[in-house]
Design a protein around this ligand. Structure first.
Ligand SMILES: NC(=O)c1ccc[n+]([C@@H]2O[C@H](COP(=O)([O-])OP(=O)(O)OC[C@H]3O[C@@H](n4cnc5c(N)ncnc54)[C@H](O)[C@@H]3O)[C@@H](O)[C@H]2O)c1
Ligand SMILES: C[C@@H](CO)CCC[C@@H](C)[C@H]1CC[C@H]2[C@@H]3[C@H](O)C=C4C[C@@H](O)CC[C@]4(C)[C@H]3CC[C@]12C
Length: 369
């Protein structure tokens, strides 16, 4: 497509644009949205990599800001055509207080919605999560489910509760009149566990394996399957939704879409080994599964230690009763809703996604944990 000033007229805002997913969304927009005139990247912590993007044809505006501050959000949103709201506090490890998680995930999302209404921005894409659905506190499996599969979505943990509340707010806002009299069009994307370049938890597992002499110990039975999705495909879905919302407002407005691709269904650990294996780690003899009661004991002990040590230091290991429950419950998605509604096809094959992630883990090798 011609790269003329006439074709470039849209202003996009990406909140959380310097996070794991946000950075991929930002880069994907620059590659795949030829109508882009200005790209605003809003984050609490701006990445130095943004500088290198400022030399291209699109005006990249870095905005250091906090979604919990309504005036900062309103200033960033004013004049934007589309907002992609990925900013969030992703914490299932007890690093932040429940109040802070709600403040960022729920109040932050309210602020984004109100800013759209006040300033006349019509298109809002929200990054929700599979956790809005499950796994639930009863540990019910969600097997090859889609957006319409009945499931008891009951949660206690602040992260899924906050994402569920925020998603509801976004969907309820669909159709609200914005400044200027037109209607707001919103929708929510629900990624399953995202992986790929920049995935902090993968990095943590890798360093843990190195510390254990190149070994990881299987904790979860291989039969417990999870859906995972490559970050590049999640970013691509966000860009496609943003591009299609105007033309297909009646169909897509107020809808939710799981994020999916061709990544295989596997247990969380077996899936991670697809990348960590080629980087020299091995999962110790599959017959020597750590017994579940022992894991539960360790997880509970970790939670207790976290509570006891809180006045002195932050102790937030990967294993706690909540992460154990999530890891130990099947949650797999099988749907084609995104394809039917806006023509989504994964941009990256499983082989591409795997190769890119392995290359990234190999580059992480030697870097500080
Ligand atoms: N990582 C996953 O597996 C996964 C899966 C499903 C959904 N999600 C959702 O995707 C989104 C992005 O997650 P991620 O994995 O990239 O996390 P991340 O922590 O890497 O990115 C979140 C970004 O939001 C920013 N942020 C946090 N608080 C902010 C605030 N108050 N104001 C402005 N910016 C703030 C952070 O600085 C960070 O750059 C989140 O909304 C998360 O709930 C993530
Ligand atoms: C029992 C441990 C022994 O190896 C393994 C613990 C693994 C857990 C740390 C992760 C298992 C499942 C992950 C979650 C899932 O992939 C989906 C998510 C949704 C998203 O919105 C945020 C991240 C996460 C909650 C993700 C977090 C890490 C796990 C609990």
């Amino acid at each position: 497509m011609a790269d003329s000033a006439e074709t470039r007229k849209l202003v996009y805002l990406v909140t959380g644009g310097c996070g794991f997913l946000g950075e991929h969304v930002v880069r994907m927009l620059l590659q795949r949205e030829p109508r882009l005139y200005e790209l605003r990247v809003f984050d609490l912590h701006l990445g130095p990599w943004l500088e290198e993007l400022k030399t291209g044809p699109v005006q990249v505006t870095a905005i250091q800001g906090d979604v919990t501050q309504a005036h900062e959000v309103a200033a960033a949103v004013a004049g934007a055509h589309v907002v992609i709201h990925t900013a969030g506090l992703v914490d299932v490890f007890g690093r932040a207080s429940p109040e802070t998680i709600y403040e960022v995930n729920v109040q932050g999302t309210k602020n984004v919605i109100e800013a759209c209404v006040q300033t006349g921005t019509r298109f809002l894409v929200y990054t929700s999560s599979m956790e809005v659905v499950g796994p639930n506190i009863k540990g019910h499996p969600f097997y090859r489910g889609n957006e319409d599969t009945p499931y008891e979505a009951i949660h206690r943990h602040p992260y899924p509760c906050s994402k569920a509340q925020a998603e509801r707010l976004v969907l309820e806002a669909n159709g609200r009149k914005v400044h200027g009299g037109l209607s707001l069009v919103t929708c929510a994307l629900r990624p399953t566990g995202i992986y790929g370049e920049g995935h902090q938890i993968m990095r943590d597992f890798y360093h843990q394996g190195l510390r254990l002499g190149g070994r990881l110990f299987r904790a979860i039975p291989a039969s417990v399957e999870h859906s995972r999705v490559y970050v590049g495909n999640v970013a691509w879905m966000h860009v496609l939704v943003a591009q299609e919302l105007e033309q297909r407002a009646a169909l897509m407005g107020g809808q939710v879409y799981f994020c999916y691709d061709e990544s295989p269904y596997k247990s969380y650990e077996d899936f991670n080994m697809e990348f960590l294996g080629p980087c020299g780690l091995r999962l110790v003899d599959t017959r020597l599964l750590v017994p579940y009661w022992l894991l539960m004991l360790l997880a509970t002990l970790n939670a207790l230690l976290q509570w006891l040590l809180r006045p002195l230091l932050l102790y937030a290991p990967l294993l706690n009763p909540y992460t154990l429950a999530v890891a130990n419950t099947t949650f797999t998605v099988s749907t084609d809703k995104a394809q039917r509604h806006f023509g989504y096809k994964p941009l990256f094959s499983w082989e591409d996604s795997r190769t890119r992630t392995i290359r990234w883990v190999q580059a992480v090798e030697g870097s500080a944990p």
